[in-house]
Design a protein around this ligand. Sequence first.
Ligand SMILES: Nc1nc2c(ncn2[C@@H]2O[C@H](COP(=O)(O)OP(=O)(O)OP(=O)(O)O)[C@@H](O)[C@H]2O)c(=O)[nH]1
Ligand SMILES: [Mg+2]
Ligand SMILES: [Zn+2]
Ligand SMILES: [Zn+2]
Length: 402
Amino acid sequence: MFKQTFICPFCFDERKISDLQFRCVNRRCKDVDDIELTRYENGDIRIPKKGKMCFRPIMKMGRFPDSGTCPDCGSVSHKVVCPSCHNALPESTVLGTDMIISIVGARDTGKSHFVGVIINELIERISVRFNGAMEGFDDTMQRYKAGPYQKLFVDLQKLELTKSSEQDVNNGAYRPLIFTLKLKKKAFFKETIDSFTLVFFDTAGEDLEDSDVMSTVNKYICKSAGIIFLLDPMQIPAVRNQLDENTVSRASSVNWHLTSRSDEIMTRVSKMIRDDRHMKSNQKIDIPVAAVFSKFDVIAKLVPEGSTVLDTSPHCQEKQFDMTDWHNVDSEIRSLLTEWGEESFMSQVDVNYTNYSYFAVSALGLNNNPGTDFKIQRPHPHRIEDPLLWILKENGVVKASK
Ligand SMILES: Nc1nc2c(ncn2[C@@H]2O[C@H](COP(=O)(O)OP(=O)(O)OP(=O)(O)O)[C@@H](O)[C@H]2O)c(=O)[nH]1
Ligand SMILES: [Mg+2]
Ligand SMILES: [Zn+2]
Ligand SMILES: [Zn+2]
């Protein structure tokens, strides 16, 4: 069976493969109004952007062809674009599996640091360990290298809070980071390569506090293959009380008074997914949810000695998802949440989702709490891969230990 539908990694529309288009690449071909792209970039459609013509090719025996011929100039193009937004698509959108990973959480919970560090880990370590490679699509790698990578790994500084998309739409800065993950697979004696379009979208926590902004901007959450829901331990009173004020303020960018409660965000996100899927309010959602404590470096000393979560993550070393380790960490985090009086969050997760699991990560790494001058050591994350590998396992991408 060939792939029948795809999810655009830019506008998150789900469309038929047969609706895909090519864009002419002949420089001499005429420029036309590009309403779709203008709309995507939130431009004024009365003065549309100009671009080369997009057209629908003839399908070949139920398959989308490798190329199409421009109806205007007759030249051949291989450049596939989304019919809804006219952005150029990676090959893995046409042939591979679409995997949108949503990173959700209140303001200041560490989403941008998580994304900024896990991408580097995926490229340098995780994909390699699982016999594969990860490549950025289009300008993704440039945007990543010039943005979060430069700040975290070269300037050795912590990141700033993410601007609301409301403020940012016009400069086009609010675009997902798109990668193709290629993994080798052995089937009998043949080696094949599976490709996955991995899409990371770093939402501003601010945008999750307002349902109206959410429904337009965060359509991607509804289409995701997994949700990573970050929880900031600094926002839990029972944790804050056990730490000194200086430690807490270095591990935060805003005062906790100014952030939304995690259970409220959970409720809002779940309602949005149900509305999108026309589900009843008592129906549970089947998207895998990883509920993740961020900034684990700061709370490591509050965790009982001998806990599994203090150990280095074993999955990459073993080249498979270690179920015993996963089980231990999940129950350790559940008991911490109970001890810290976060039952209301846990019950929110339970009433809304069928498949969820608890994790704890540190993007910056142990003993790397930012200084008052925002300085950090090069990130050396702790267990950052766990929630992602669990989602990949739930989607059948990586194998689990027996
Ligand atoms: N110690 C420690 N602090 C962290 C870590 N990750 C984030 N922080 C702290 O938490 C603050 C907020 O992190 P961000 O990643 O910007 O949070 P965010 O969720 O993207 O916030 P918004 O963009 O406002 O939604 C940072 O400025 C750091 O002070 C970590 O792994 N360890
Ligand atoms: Mg952010
Ligand atoms: Zn699109
Ligand atoms: Zn043409």
